[in-house]
Ligand binder design. Structure first.
Ligand code: ADP
Length: 163
């Protein structure tokens, strides 16, 4: 039984995240998306909102072997709790490689039995990040090429509420 945990902030979930989730779902018996609590100081969406958004996307994609949960604390503890065979992370470019390698080695030192799997982003999504999507939307830019339709609507509504 292969079970990946895919941790992240997902503030908001992007087309890049969704692509990784879809591909992982085809490689593992089960994928558990872990939504990090207190990810940013002032996230656009609360953790339960991010969980709900991801559940909506996973259901719309028909991915039956993907679960979404919130977690706090050490990533390796979350992976152990979920009896994960690997932690899945995405690689968009050189900056991600540096950071993700360090994270993987750190996690290996903390929990040698937990493997990390790094999956390259699909080229059409490799420029997409939650952070830059939020910045673009705040500046009035069109974000439909970065996030699913349902997410776009919620981002725009939240920004309107905040302004
Ligand atoms: P974190 O704050 O932990 O980096 P993110 O939500 O930004 O959380 O990202 C979660 C994971 O998804 C990370 O491994 C990141 O590299 C990966 N990721 C983010 N955007 C993309 C993308 N466009 N394509 C593939 N992987 C991505």
């Amino acid at each position: 039984m292969t079970r990946f945990v895919y941790p992240g902030s997902f503030d908001p979930p992007t087309l890049g995240h969704l692509d990784l989730i879809r591909r992982a779902s085809g490689m593992a018996d089960e994928v558990v998306i872990g939504v990090l609590q207190n990810a940013a100081k002032a996230p656009l969406f609360g953790e339960q909102e991010r969980v709900a958004l991801l559940r909506e996307l996973v259901e719309a994609e028909g991915l039956k072997n993907v679960r979404v949960v919130a977690f706090a604390g050490l990533l390796v503890e979350f992976a152990r709790q979920e009896k994960a065979t690997a932690i899945l992370r995405g690689i968009r470019g050189a900056a991600d490689v540096e950071f993700e390698l360090q994270l993987a080695q750190m996690n290996r030192a903390l929990a040698p039995e937990v493997e990390t799997l790094l999956l390259p982003a699909s080229p059409q999504y490799s420029h997409i990040s939650s952070q830059l999507t939020k910045q673009a939307a705040r500046g009035g830019g069109e974000i439909k090429a970065f996030v699913p339709k349902a997410v776009r609507a919620k981002v725009l509504r939240r920004l309107r509420e905040q302004s």
